[in-house]
Design a protein around this ligand. Sequence first.
Ligand code: ADP
Length: 410
Amino acid sequence: MDKVKWLQQMVEQSPQDAQAHYWLGKELAENGSLLEAVQSFSTGIACCQDEELRIEIIQELTAVSSRLQQQKIKETVPSSEELLEEGYSEPNMLVDQQTNLQQLKPKLKVIEGNGSNKEVKSVSNTITFEDVAGLEELKKTITLRIISPFFNKGLFAKFKKKSGGGVLLYGPPGCGKTFIARATAGECKANFYPVHITDILDPYIGVSEQNLKDIFDKARFQKPSIMFFDEVDTIGYSRSKSSSHLRGVIDTFLSEMEGIDTSTDEVLVMAATNTPWDIDNALKRPGRFDRLIFVAPPDEKARKQIFQLKLMGRYAEEIDVAALAKKTEFYSGADIENIVEMASENVLEEILTTGNERPLNTNDLMHALSNQQASTLDWLRTAKNYVKYSNQSGLYNDIEKYLQKHSRSI
Ligand code: ADP
């Protein structure tokens, strides 16, 4: 069997395996199937949990996108020999090539037709802060810094304070950044537009930028709305490290953001990242993502609540959630969700083999817990290095405080 087919089978068997998508993308790119490679890398990014792997996929994706662009330019722009044959004289050639390039865009739009498929829809949003366990300080901060300005436009105008700029949530994966962003939209009764890199990126020239503009226009039109850019590091990946293709997207992103005045547009941009250190500094300037909020792993009280929330409605005995919360320091909300899922699956399997129906109990959860590692520790150790070596601007003060509080265990 050829390698691509074999990798395709692997991807079919484990669609959430980012590594498999990565290898398939690489193989496809090597074979010249660039469009398929872009698709494979994009899917890989969407399901990738590993920071290093994600950076590698982004690099491959940008490389393959720019190869694709160059290929398209070659296909559409006649070569210099062809131009000479058609009677173009040398001095005019550059100008004519440029004109040709300008004409390229409408032509490409007709061919691709995919851009319009990448529609970003507002999702129905019934989550509010009540559904988010713990994170009390964060809720207070969001109320003060996001929700109040959103509702008190007049007051902001009186003080000539422009309430633009975005909010960047950062922290280890699975700790509720997306969840609390959705809840914020719920609290503001705003439309919620989740945007992922795959909704924007398109291999054809100018289409990614246009996709991004369309999303901003839509959010402005459907105000009040909150746009949420998940894994914003993939868009705002340090400009020095990204390809020219991504650079255009970053520039569009910046100018769209600067054009927003939350008080009049009633549009708020929120974003999340697990790797704040990868984000272009240009994105962190005033008027852009000037409010950075750390979403820490849930504390004991929050973990207890998350267990309660995730166990709600399940066939279970009275569960000792306090004991479970005690044993799950540095576990993320998603880890806890996973423990509950695993324990339920195990009990179901047991019932199916023995035929004896019984409710889920504390021991089942303890057993599942012993098979699940605390996933935030790796992130916290990486963050520790950034705090130590690159916190001159005080950007990571919140992480620093958290690390100091838990210094003995990290
Ligand atoms: P992140 O965006 O930080 O990677 P998510 O917001 O996607 O993480 O969280 C993953 C899942 O974990 C959510 O769908 C939610 O069910 C659960 N979760 C995480 N934190 C909390 C929390 N504080 N309260 C309730 N559920 C949570």
